[in-house]
Design a binder for this molecule. Structure first.
Ligand code: ADP
Length: 309
């Protein structure tokens, strides 16, 4: 396979073995410029291993991996400057102030700017983008948990990365901080055309943020598609709920439009509180992972490979 235009991550036949244990078997996927991808999977599935290989922090056992046109295992400083990693909280540097810290770290990226992408990000603009303007002069140790996490994000993007890795970015956020963070991710992808690969256990978050979902289980990609595509392919069933004469009804069907049409034909205005709910990403995820665990998934993986060809 040749790397197509706009492909930022290209992985084929990736394998990882720790001692005698294979934890990634033949992982393959691509990410395109400006795409937001959520990598999901149960604990131990191999998400961290995969991401750290892409980041160049772990050396794979076999397979081909290209990230921004280079093998991450050989990525030089100029390559690294184009990649952003948001790590779990920076605990040191508590006495530094927010602006001072970002301006200092940004300095490292200055030699790697180009006509197209000026590096680093202007400190005050960056601080505003992550919503820390009021805390710009504050010491890091005085920040709240949510503010500190925003600073982590700012540190990860100060070099205006073309590709950003986010590992469980909103773990521990309150709903408002989570929403603000989601807005920031959308802005990075839409305005800056940043490609983003994130891991999360929050399926609602994955559905909101990701253009594409990858599900990794037992070291294999068992699903790859938009949340809609996955729910259509896997479940195919919708739940129709309604009330009539103060009685509640629930019916599961693969042909919800036809069913609702018939329902109205029969009962017309007596139908109230109608709700049609397609399988959520959570339903889909649970189904797929359960299938995988019960051994049914081989067929799914083959079906997926057929689709990709
Ligand atoms: P996830 O991030 O999806 O929870 P990981 O990539 O952390 O999964 O782990 C995948 C598997 O590899 C697990 O079984 C884990 O125990 C094993 N593993 C991870 N890192 C190492 C390591 N450094 N040495 C040995 N085994 C490891």
């Amino acid at each position: 396979m040749t790397v197509g235009e706009g492909v930022v991550i290209d992985v084929e036949g990736l394998r990882m073995r720790y001692g005698a244990k294979d934890v990634l078997h033949d992982v393959g996927f691509q990410a395109r410029h400006g795409e937001v991808i959520a990598l999901l999977g149960p604990n131990g599935a191999g998400k961290t291993t995969t991401i750290e290989i892409l980041e160049g922090f772990r050396i794979r056992s076999a397979g081909r991996v290209e990230v921004l046109g280079a093998d991450p295992a050989q990525g030089d400083e100029a390559w690294r400057a184009r990649v952003g990693v948001v790590l779990q909280s920076w605990r040191d540097h508590g006495k530094w102030r927010v602006r001072e810290m970002l301006s200092h770290l940004g300095g490292y990226y200055a030699p790697y700017g180009s006509e197209r992408i000026r590096r680093p990000w202007d400190t005050d603009e960056l601080i505003a983008a992550v919503g820390l303007t009021e805390q710009a002069g504050a010491k890091i140790m005085s920040l709240s948990g949510g503010q500190r996490r925003r600073l982590d994000v700012a540190i990860g993007i100060v070099g205006r990365p073309e590709l950003l890795f986010l590992d469980e970015p909103t773990a521990g956020f309150d709903p408002q901080a989570r929403r603000e963070f989601h807005d920031l991710v959308h802005r990075l992808a839409d305005d800056q055309q940043t490609t983003i690969l994130l891991t999360t256990h929050d399926l609602d978050e994955a559905e909101k943020l990701a253009d594409r979902i990858l599900i990794l289980a037992g070291g294999r990609i068992i699903a790859d598609g938009s949340a809609d595509e996955l729910s259509r392919r896997i479940a195919g069933e919708a739940e129709v709920r309604w009330t009539r004469d103060d009685q509640r009804f629930v019916h599961t069907t693969t042909e919800s439009t036809k069913f609702v049409y018939e329902l109205f034909k029969q009962y017309g205005e007596d139908i109230r509180e109608l709700e049609v709910r397609r399988a959520s990403l959570e339903d889909t995820y649970m189904t797929l992972v359960r299938q995988f665990e019960s051994g049914e998934v081989e067929n799914e993986v083959h079906a997926l490979e057929e689709v990709k060809r």
